[in-house]
Design a protein around this ligand. Sequence first.
Ligand code: AMP
Length: 211
Amino acid sequence: MKIVIFGPPGSGKGTYASRLVNKLGVPHISTGDLVREEIRNKTPLGKQIEKYSSSGTLVPDAVITDILKKRLTAELSKGFILEGYPRTVGQAKELEKITKVDVVVNLNVPDSVIVDRLSSRLQCKTCGAIYNSKTMPPKVAGKCDKDGGELFRRVDDQPEVIQERLKVYQQASEPVIDFYRSKHLLKDIRNEDPSVDPEKVVDQIAKAIKQ
Ligand code: AMP
């Protein structure tokens, strides 16, 4: 199955996508993780795109599409859960040229929940696992439950950058919802209560995908 998981920053896309991997048996591809990997490895591309990521703006469509293609091509026969792409209608059209998508999950989360969630988000430096100091804390403060890696706060999870990312989402990414709705590919998931166990939301998403 070829699945896109879509929603504003902080809607839980990464958390749910990584948990869906076990349920659905397809790999999780996150363009945000691919971008951070380029930056961490200080590649020429990483140096070129760091300014976008740290300011919460979008990497140009052609550049991010190339980054995605390098990774996605290997997975086309297995299927995938794609997270963080497409983020513009232009990218959605590019994706159509690469492959046909079976379903697009649209996470609906109020802005107040997003800001609160991103302000307390933590990520493992080694494996990328996501935690939340308020709602999903690690067993040992500052350490990943899976591999003991150091937990860090993303540079783009600072309050001013969060506001910029929400603005970018509304202007550039929301039109993607109508693009997929008109193609009857969209499954809406309401996720208004941040205290709900993520596993319950994952079950709800898995059910919607199979319908
Ligand atoms: P994320 O982890 O999905 O929030 O992505 C982190 C950052 O990577 C974003 O703020 C963008 O700068 C960049 N990025 C990731 N995916 C895309 C995309 N599909 N289009 C443009 N920029 C992207």
